[in-house]
Design a protein around this ligand. Structure first.
Ligand code: PMV
Length: 330
Protein backbone atom coordinates (compact mmCIF):
# COMPACT_ATOMS: atom_id res chain seq x y z
CA UNK A 1 0.00 0.00 0.00
CA UNK A 2 1.25 3.42 -0.99
CA UNK A 3 0.41 6.99 -0.04
CA UNK A 4 1.99 9.83 -1.95
CA UNK A 5 2.11 13.63 -1.90
CA UNK A 6 4.19 16.23 -3.71
CA UNK A 7 5.21 19.66 -2.43
CA UNK A 8 7.37 22.59 -3.49
CA UNK A 9 9.27 25.18 -1.47
CA UNK A 10 11.54 28.11 -2.23
CA UNK A 11 14.98 28.58 -0.72
CA UNK A 12 15.40 31.79 1.26
CA UNK A 13 18.08 34.42 1.72
CA UNK A 14 18.70 35.55 5.29
CA UNK A 15 19.11 39.29 5.89
CA UNK A 16 19.91 38.54 9.55
CA UNK A 17 21.70 35.20 9.64
CA UNK A 18 21.38 32.03 11.66
CA UNK A 19 24.80 30.69 12.71
CA UNK A 20 25.26 28.41 15.73
CA UNK A 21 22.83 26.44 17.88
CA UNK A 22 21.70 26.32 21.49
CA UNK A 23 20.72 22.70 20.82
CA UNK A 24 22.28 20.90 17.84
CA UNK A 25 19.92 17.89 17.75
CA UNK A 26 16.79 20.02 17.61
CA UNK A 27 18.46 22.89 15.75
CA UNK A 28 17.38 25.51 18.28
CA UNK A 29 19.45 28.47 17.02
CA UNK A 30 21.67 30.74 19.07
CA UNK A 31 19.92 33.80 17.61
CA UNK A 32 16.76 34.77 15.74
CA UNK A 33 16.98 35.41 11.99
CA UNK A 34 15.07 37.14 9.21
CA UNK A 35 14.80 36.20 5.52
CA UNK A 36 13.04 36.49 2.18
CA UNK A 37 11.82 33.52 0.16
CA UNK A 38 13.23 33.32 -3.36
CA UNK A 39 10.64 33.15 -6.13
CA UNK A 40 11.54 31.14 -9.25
CA UNK A 41 14.00 28.93 -7.38
CA UNK A 42 12.47 25.85 -5.85
CA UNK A 43 12.75 22.26 -4.71
CA UNK A 44 9.96 19.90 -5.70
CA UNK A 45 9.70 16.76 -3.60
CA UNK A 46 7.51 13.68 -3.90
CA UNK A 47 7.20 11.42 -0.87
CA UNK A 48 5.65 7.93 -1.17
CA UNK A 49 5.16 5.90 1.98
CA UNK A 50 5.13 2.32 0.76
CA UNK A 51 4.57 -0.80 2.88
CA UNK A 52 6.70 -2.79 0.37
CA UNK A 53 9.85 -0.76 1.17
CA UNK A 54 12.36 -2.13 3.68
CA UNK A 55 14.21 1.15 4.07
CA UNK A 56 13.91 4.80 3.13
CA UNK A 57 15.18 5.81 -0.31
CA UNK A 58 16.36 9.24 -1.39
CA UNK A 59 16.84 10.44 -4.96
CA UNK A 60 18.11 13.99 -5.48
CA UNK A 61 18.19 15.41 -9.02
CA UNK A 62 17.70 11.87 -10.48
CA UNK A 63 20.64 10.34 -8.54
CA UNK A 64 20.64 8.17 -5.41
CA UNK A 65 21.79 10.35 -2.52
CA UNK A 66 24.74 9.48 -0.27
CA UNK A 67 24.37 7.82 3.13
CA UNK A 68 24.74 11.10 5.05
CA UNK A 69 21.90 12.81 3.20
CA UNK A 70 19.68 9.74 3.53
CA UNK A 71 20.29 9.54 7.30
CA UNK A 72 19.35 13.20 7.69
CA UNK A 73 16.13 12.70 5.71
CA UNK A 74 15.28 9.48 7.61
CA UNK A 75 15.71 11.30 10.94
CA UNK A 76 13.07 13.83 9.91
CA UNK A 77 10.83 11.07 8.49
CA UNK A 78 11.13 9.21 11.82
CA UNK A 79 9.87 12.27 13.64
CA UNK A 80 6.90 12.50 11.27
CA UNK A 81 6.26 8.72 11.45
CA UNK A 82 6.16 9.00 15.23
CA UNK A 83 3.47 11.69 14.96
CA UNK A 84 1.43 9.48 12.59
CA UNK A 85 2.14 6.37 14.72
CA UNK A 86 3.36 4.31 11.75
CA UNK A 87 6.62 2.64 10.78
CA UNK A 88 6.20 2.54 6.96
CA UNK A 89 9.34 3.48 4.97
CA UNK A 90 9.28 6.07 2.22
CA UNK A 91 10.75 6.90 -1.15
CA UNK A 92 11.73 10.57 -1.45
CA UNK A 93 12.36 12.06 -4.90
CA UNK A 94 13.62 15.62 -4.86
CA UNK A 95 14.56 18.03 -7.66
CA UNK A 96 16.10 21.50 -7.47
CA UNK A 97 15.87 23.93 -10.35
CA UNK A 98 19.04 25.73 -9.11
CA UNK A 99 22.64 24.63 -8.38
CA UNK A 100 23.13 22.86 -5.03
CA UNK A 101 25.98 23.32 -2.54
CA UNK A 102 26.99 26.79 -3.69
CA UNK A 103 25.69 28.90 -0.82
CA UNK A 104 22.13 28.99 -2.14
CA UNK A 105 20.37 27.28 0.72
CA UNK A 106 19.10 24.15 -1.03
CA UNK A 107 18.66 22.43 2.34
CA UNK A 108 16.08 25.08 3.30
CA UNK A 109 13.79 24.43 0.34
CA UNK A 110 14.53 20.69 0.45
CA UNK A 111 13.53 20.14 4.08
CA UNK A 112 10.54 22.49 3.83
CA UNK A 113 9.18 20.62 0.78
CA UNK A 114 10.00 17.25 2.40
CA UNK A 115 8.12 18.19 5.57
CA UNK A 116 5.01 19.38 3.77
CA UNK A 117 4.90 16.41 1.38
CA UNK A 118 5.50 13.80 4.13
CA UNK A 119 2.96 15.23 6.53
CA UNK A 120 0.35 15.44 3.74
CA UNK A 121 1.04 11.92 2.48
CA UNK A 122 0.34 10.63 5.99
CA UNK A 123 -2.87 12.64 6.30
CA UNK A 124 -1.63 14.66 9.27
CA UNK A 125 -3.27 18.03 9.71
CA UNK A 126 -0.61 20.40 11.04
CA UNK A 127 -0.52 24.17 11.45
CA UNK A 128 2.08 26.36 9.69
CA UNK A 129 3.84 26.74 13.05
CA UNK A 130 4.06 22.96 13.49
CA UNK A 131 5.34 22.51 9.92
CA UNK A 132 7.98 25.18 10.53
CA UNK A 133 9.09 23.48 13.78
CA UNK A 134 9.40 20.11 12.04
CA UNK A 135 11.25 21.52 9.01
CA UNK A 136 13.65 23.25 11.43
CA UNK A 137 14.80 19.89 12.81
CA UNK A 138 15.93 18.88 9.28
CA UNK A 139 17.73 22.14 8.49
CA UNK A 140 17.40 25.26 10.61
CA UNK A 141 16.82 27.63 7.71
CA UNK A 142 14.07 25.31 6.38
CA UNK A 143 11.84 26.63 9.16
CA UNK A 144 11.87 29.95 7.24
CA UNK A 145 10.90 28.35 3.89
CA UNK A 146 7.51 27.16 5.22
CA UNK A 147 5.82 30.60 5.62
CA UNK A 148 5.68 33.02 2.66
CA UNK A 149 7.28 36.36 1.84
CA UNK A 150 9.46 38.04 4.47
CA UNK A 151 9.91 35.72 7.42
CA UNK A 152 11.27 35.92 10.95
CA UNK A 153 12.41 32.86 12.89
CA UNK A 154 12.11 33.32 16.63
CA UNK A 155 15.09 31.54 18.17
CA UNK A 156 13.04 30.34 21.14
CA UNK A 157 14.45 28.06 23.81
CA UNK A 158 12.94 24.68 22.93
CA UNK A 159 11.14 22.77 20.15
CA UNK A 160 7.81 24.45 20.81
CA UNK A 161 9.05 28.05 20.94
CA UNK A 162 11.41 27.90 17.92
CA UNK A 163 9.55 28.51 14.62
CA UNK A 164 9.23 31.03 11.78
CA UNK A 165 6.38 33.33 10.79
CA UNK A 166 5.64 35.81 7.98
CA UNK A 167 6.25 39.42 9.02
CA UNK A 168 5.25 40.85 5.62
CA UNK A 169 3.81 39.20 2.49
CA UNK A 170 5.87 38.83 -0.69
CA UNK A 171 4.06 41.83 -2.26
CA UNK A 172 5.17 44.12 0.59
CA UNK A 173 8.44 45.25 -1.00
CA UNK A 174 9.58 44.90 -4.61
CA UNK A 175 13.12 43.77 -3.85
CA UNK A 176 15.30 41.98 -6.38
CA UNK A 177 17.95 39.44 -5.40
CA UNK A 178 20.75 38.89 -7.93
CA UNK A 179 22.47 35.67 -6.94
CA UNK A 180 25.95 36.17 -8.31
CA UNK A 181 27.92 32.97 -8.85
CA UNK A 182 31.68 33.36 -8.66
CA UNK A 183 32.22 29.61 -8.22
CA UNK A 184 30.31 26.41 -8.96
CA UNK A 185 32.49 24.25 -6.71
CA UNK A 186 30.73 22.24 -4.01
CA UNK A 187 31.59 23.85 -0.68
CA UNK A 188 33.90 21.82 1.56
CA UNK A 189 32.30 22.52 4.93
CA UNK A 190 28.53 22.53 5.05
CA UNK A 191 26.51 24.67 7.41
CA UNK A 192 25.61 21.78 9.76
CA UNK A 193 29.31 21.37 10.64
CA UNK A 194 29.73 25.14 10.72
CA UNK A 195 26.97 25.55 13.33
CA UNK A 196 28.72 22.94 15.50
CA UNK A 197 31.94 24.97 15.71
CA UNK A 198 30.44 28.50 15.84
CA UNK A 199 30.95 28.68 19.62
CA UNK A 200 34.69 28.07 19.22
CA UNK A 201 35.02 31.62 17.82
CA UNK A 202 35.59 34.24 20.52
CA UNK A 203 33.43 36.55 18.37
CA UNK A 204 30.29 34.39 18.44
CA UNK A 205 29.24 35.52 21.93
CA UNK A 206 29.37 39.18 20.86
CA UNK A 207 27.55 38.40 17.62
CA UNK A 208 24.73 36.58 19.43
CA UNK A 209 24.42 39.22 22.16
CA UNK A 210 24.00 41.92 19.51
CA UNK A 211 21.56 39.90 17.36
CA UNK A 212 18.35 41.34 18.84
CA UNK A 213 19.54 44.87 18.06
CA UNK A 214 20.30 43.95 14.44
CA UNK A 215 17.00 42.12 14.08
CA UNK A 216 15.05 45.12 15.41
CA UNK A 217 16.81 47.50 12.99
CA UNK A 218 16.38 45.15 10.03
CA UNK A 219 12.70 44.36 10.76
CA UNK A 220 11.85 48.08 11.11
CA UNK A 221 13.77 49.04 7.94
CA UNK A 222 12.04 46.25 6.04
CA UNK A 223 8.56 47.16 7.25
CA UNK A 224 9.21 50.85 6.46
CA UNK A 225 11.00 50.06 3.16
CA UNK A 226 13.96 52.15 4.34
CA UNK A 227 16.65 50.82 1.97
CA UNK A 228 19.70 52.78 3.25
CA UNK A 229 19.21 51.49 6.82
CA UNK A 230 18.36 48.01 5.54
CA UNK A 231 21.52 47.88 3.37
CA UNK A 232 23.87 48.82 6.22
CA UNK A 233 22.44 46.28 8.69
CA UNK A 234 22.27 43.44 6.14
CA UNK A 235 25.96 43.87 5.22
CA UNK A 236 27.00 44.24 8.86
CA UNK A 237 25.18 41.04 9.80
CA UNK A 238 26.72 39.07 6.93
CA UNK A 239 30.20 40.37 7.79
CA UNK A 240 29.70 39.50 11.48
CA UNK A 241 28.74 35.92 10.57
CA UNK A 242 31.77 35.56 8.28
CA UNK A 243 34.02 37.02 11.02
CA UNK A 244 32.80 34.21 13.30
CA UNK A 245 33.34 31.64 10.54
CA UNK A 246 36.92 32.85 9.89
CA UNK A 247 37.80 32.85 13.60
CA UNK A 248 36.31 29.47 14.55
CA UNK A 249 38.33 26.31 15.11
CA UNK A 250 38.97 25.12 12.44
CA UNK A 251 38.51 28.42 10.59
CA UNK A 252 36.09 28.55 7.67
CA UNK A 253 37.01 30.80 4.76
CA UNK A 254 34.15 30.87 2.28
CA UNK A 255 35.13 34.01 0.36
CA UNK A 256 37.15 33.80 -2.84
CA UNK A 257 38.89 36.63 -4.72
CA UNK A 258 35.75 37.08 -6.84
CA UNK A 259 33.63 37.44 -3.69
CA UNK A 260 35.82 40.29 -2.44
CA UNK A 261 35.88 41.99 -5.83
CA UNK A 262 32.09 42.19 -5.86
CA UNK A 263 31.84 43.21 -2.17
CA UNK A 264 34.17 46.13 -2.89
CA UNK A 265 32.28 47.08 -6.06
CA UNK A 266 28.94 47.12 -4.20
CA UNK A 267 30.42 49.46 -1.58
CA UNK A 268 31.51 51.87 -4.31
CA UNK A 269 28.19 51.68 -6.19
CA UNK A 270 26.25 52.46 -3.01
CA UNK A 271 28.52 55.38 -2.14
CA UNK A 272 27.77 56.70 -5.64
CA UNK A 273 24.02 56.56 -4.88
CA UNK A 274 22.98 53.16 -6.31
CA UNK A 275 20.74 51.40 -3.74
CA UNK A 276 22.22 47.90 -3.53
CA UNK A 277 23.80 45.75 -0.80
CA UNK A 278 25.38 42.31 -0.53
CA UNK A 279 24.86 39.35 1.73
CA UNK A 280 26.75 36.03 1.63
CA UNK A 281 25.83 32.61 3.06
CA UNK A 282 28.10 29.61 3.66
CA UNK A 283 29.78 29.76 0.26
CA UNK A 284 31.64 32.14 -2.06
CA UNK A 285 28.61 33.39 -4.01
CA UNK A 286 26.86 36.65 -3.25
CA UNK A 287 23.29 37.82 -3.10
CA UNK A 288 22.97 41.45 -4.23
CA UNK A 289 19.74 42.96 -2.98
CA UNK A 290 18.23 46.11 -4.47
CA UNK A 291 14.84 47.76 -4.95
CA UNK A 292 13.25 46.78 -8.31
CA UNK A 293 13.74 50.28 -9.74
CA UNK A 294 17.53 49.93 -9.36
CA UNK A 295 17.73 46.41 -10.80
CA UNK A 296 18.56 47.35 -14.41
CA UNK A 297 21.43 49.58 -13.27
CA UNK A 298 22.78 46.88 -10.91
CA UNK A 299 22.62 44.28 -13.67
CA UNK A 300 24.52 46.56 -16.07
CA UNK A 301 27.25 47.17 -13.47
CA UNK A 302 27.54 43.42 -12.74
CA UNK A 303 27.96 42.72 -16.45
CA UNK A 304 31.28 44.59 -16.39
CA UNK A 305 32.90 42.47 -13.63
CA UNK A 306 35.31 39.72 -14.68
CA UNK A 307 34.69 37.28 -11.81
CA UNK A 308 30.95 36.88 -12.40
CA UNK A 309 30.35 33.33 -13.73
CA UNK A 310 26.57 33.61 -13.91
CA UNK A 311 23.64 35.38 -12.31
CA UNK A 312 20.27 34.07 -11.10
CA UNK A 313 17.54 36.62 -10.48
CA UNK A 314 14.85 36.30 -7.86
CA UNK A 315 12.12 38.34 -6.16
CA UNK A 316 10.11 37.75 -2.96
CA UNK A 317 8.46 34.31 -3.02
CA UNK A 318 5.44 32.65 -1.42
CA UNK A 319 5.11 29.83 1.11
CA UNK A 320 5.77 26.11 0.71
CA UNK A 321 2.85 24.62 -1.22
CA UNK A 322 1.32 21.34 -2.25
CA UNK A 323 1.55 20.38 -5.91
CA UNK A 324 -0.63 17.30 -5.74
CA UNK A 325 -2.68 17.61 -2.59
CA UNK A 326 -4.80 14.56 -3.32
CA UNK A 327 -3.42 11.48 -1.60
CA UNK A 328 -3.18 8.42 -3.84
CA UNK A 329 -3.98 5.01 -2.33
CA UNK A 330 -3.90 4.44 1.43
O1 PMV B 1 19.91 25.81 7.77
P1 PMV B 1 21.35 25.64 7.54
O2 PMV B 1 21.96 24.63 8.46
O3 PMV B 1 21.63 25.37 6.09
O4 PMV B 1 22.09 27.00 7.91
C1 PMV B 1 21.96 28.18 7.18
C2 PMV B 1 23.11 29.08 7.44
C3 PMV B 1 23.19 30.34 6.58
O5 PMV B 1 22.65 30.11 5.29
C4 PMV B 1 24.67 30.68 6.42
C5 PMV B 1 22.51 31.52 7.24
C6 PMV B 1 21.01 31.54 7.20
O6 PMV B 1 20.42 32.09 8.15
O7 PMV B 1 20.40 31.08 6.21
Amino acid sequence: MKSTAKAAAHPNIAFIKYWGNQNHDLRIPSNGSLSMNLKGLETQTTVSFDTDLEQDQLIINTESADEGALTRVSTLLDRIRELAEIKTRAQVVSENNFPTGTGIASSASAFAALTLASVTALGLCLSEKELSQLARTGSGSASRSIPGGFVEWQAGIDHDSSFAETIAPAEHWDLVDFIVLVSREHKKTGSSQGHQIADTSPLQKVRVEDAKRRLDICRKALLEKDFPTFAEIVELDSNMMHSVMMTSDPPLYYWQPGTLEIMAAVQIWRSEGLPVCFTIDAGPNLHLICPAEASEAVKRKLGALVNVKSILTSTPGGPARLLEPEITGV
